[in-house]
Every structure is written in C-alpha cells, then in structure tokens.
Design a protein around this ligand. Structure first.
Ligand code: ATP
Length: 292
C-alpha cells in the first residue's frame, strides 16, 4: 500500500466545565466530547525522499513543523527510528482556531493512518498516549464518538454515541486562541467538589431534548464578555424554530445548535448563511477517524 485516505472528524463539546488550575499552568476540565460529521480529508502517501511534507491550501494552516499533522508523523517516525518519507495532504473543511479541534483531528488521522500505512502495529492505547503528547484533544479525536474527558481532557471514558442528531454550526470568523479564553478565567490552584453532570444521564438515554436543555460551557463567560456579538448570535440561534439548545464549542468561537430534525436545521441554515462566515448543517458522528 502506497497511500491511505483518512477522514479527520471535528468535535463539539456538549459540556465543558473548568475544575481548577494546575501547577503546570494547564486547567483540569470536565467535558463531554462528541464527534460530528464535518471532517477534513487527510491523504497520506509514502514518498521516495526521507522528508515529511505537509500540503494544505488553507492560508491559516502552517505547512511546516508547527502543523500538528506534521508533528504526529514526526513523533511516530522518531519512535521507530525512521520510517522513510511521508507526504501529507490536508483538505480543510473544519474552520481553523474555532473550537472544533481541526488541528487535533488532523494529528489523530495521521497517527492512525501512518500506523496502518507503515504497518507499525501500535495499539490504539499507545496511539492515544502519543496523541496526548501532541495536544489535549488528540486522544479524543482518535477515540471518536462520545466520551467524558477529565484531566486536561485526555482521560477518557466512553459514552454511547448519539445517532445522527441534526446540528447547525455557525462561526462569525472570530478566531479565539484556547490559551486566551482560559487566561480570563480566575481560578485558584484548588479543585472544587462536583455534583455530577446532569447532561450525561440524557446522553446515556439518548434523550435529545434533555441534551439540548442541559448544554453548558463555562468558557462562554470570558468569550462572550469580549465578543458580545457572539452572545447575541447564540440568543438568535436558540430562538430558531426546532432548536432544542445552543452552545459555544470548546474555547470558541463556533456555536452549534441541537436541532429537532434536518428540515429545521436546513431552514436555520438558510436564515444565517449570508450573515456569518461559516454556516453548515451536520450530524453527530460515531467515529473520529475513518479510513475510506
Ligand atoms: P482546539 O479546540 O483543540 O483548541 P481549535 O479547533 O480551536 O482547536 P485548530 O483549528 O486546531 O483550533 O487551530 C489552532 C491553531 O493550530 C491554528 O492557529 C493553526 O495555525 C494551528 N494548526 C497547526 N496544525 C494545524 C492543522 N493541521 N489544522 C489546523 N490548524 C493547525
């Protein structure tokens, strides 16, 4: 085999709470991830030279060693003492720096794809450990479906994936760095007691109305205070016919709505599409990476 094609799926956070700040500067989270159908295509080829190369047309995506996909290939290659040349071609559909883990998804696709293409035989567990070295969201992107994430989001517990729940995604084109969103939270170096996450019970039951009503993301507080236009867009999204609930994903600024059915999602897409820089319907996905 000379080439492998991998779909790298975006994620949303149905729930995100920050439990406290750690000594290492990271934050401990309690979050629920879900993969969604929106994906980048990552095509990985063996190449005759020994180099790792990345090609991506998106102007905001670096093609050198700053690219998470590049770093994933480098990590695997270094671990086994070199595997030869790897050419990575990324077709971007996931908005960049948008809270949808696009870079992490690309890294997960490369870990999975390079492992298969070069017959490296790393287990899923080992790949997830490599993923955690690259970024907090990479282990989930490899895992896919639905999961509760603790620690920096890398300690995962499987949850039942929701089947094809219709979503609408909106982004005003405001890029938010994850570090900047966290920086505005005021935490002491302590942890606090939690009462359990209500939305988890609705996810386990597959109760989409309950999920829509119990969406939560603490990072909306710092982001909405800096960008009131995102808060206003969320209010408008929440009021759409057939919207069970809306939320900002991750550190933003993409908003998503859990919709009653695909017709309601399509109608809302028409309502917003000419006013925002990114607007698409999607459904929840049971996978994070998928070889096709
Ligand atoms: P997260 O929710 O994990 O913080 P995000 O969706 O907010 O991620 P990304 O799309 O991963 O953000 O982009 C964050 C930064 O990473 C961008 O500024 C971009 O330049 C850089 N980056 C590195 N590699 C990639 C990649 N393969 N795809 C997209 N961005 C990448």
């Amino acid at each position: 085999m000379q080439k492998i094609r991998v779909r790298a799926h975006a994620k949303i956070n149905l729930y995100l709470d920050v439990i406290g700040k750690r000594e290492d500067g990271y934050h401990n989270l309690e979050t629920i991830f879900h993969s969604i159908g929106l994906h980048d295509d990552v095509i990985i080829c063996k190449q005759a030279t020994k180099d790792i190369t990345v090609h991506c047309e998106h102007p905001k995506v670096p093609c050198d060693s700053r690219n998470l996909a590049y770093r994933a290939a480098q990590l695997l290659s270094d671990t086994v003492g070199g595997i030869g040349g790897i050419a990575i071609d990324i077709h971007k559909r996931i908005p960049v720096a948008a809270g949808l883990a696009g870079g992490s998804a690309n890294a997960a696709a490369v870990l999975h794809g390079v492992n298969e293409l070069f017959d490296l035989d790393f287990t899923q567990e080992t790949l997830m450990r490599f993923g955690a070295q690259l970024g907090a969201d990479v282990p989930f992107c490899l895992y896919g479906g639905a999961a509760l994430g603790l620690g920096i989001g890398d300690q995962l517990t499987l949850l039942p994936a929701l089947g094809d729940v219709p979503l609408l995604l909106l982004n005003l084109g405001i890029e938010i760095s994850t570090a900047a969103a966290f920086k505005k939270l005021n935490f002491s170096l302590t942890t606090r007691e939690k009462e359990g996450i209500i939305i988890e019970t609705y996810i386990k039951k597959g109760d989409v109305v309950g999920i829509g009503k119990n969406l939560y993301n603490l990072l909306e507080v710092p982001v909405f205070s800096e960008y009131p236009e995102i808060a206003a867009l969320k209010t408008e999204l929440s009021m759409q016919a057939g919207c069970y609930g809306a939320l900002m994903s991750g550190s933003g600024a993409t908003l998503f709505a859990v919709m009653q059915d695909s017709d309601a999602a399509d109608r809302s897409e028409s309502h917003f599409k000419n006013r925002v820089s990114f607007c698409t319907t999607a459904v929840t996905s049971p996978v994070g990476v998928f070889v096709y």
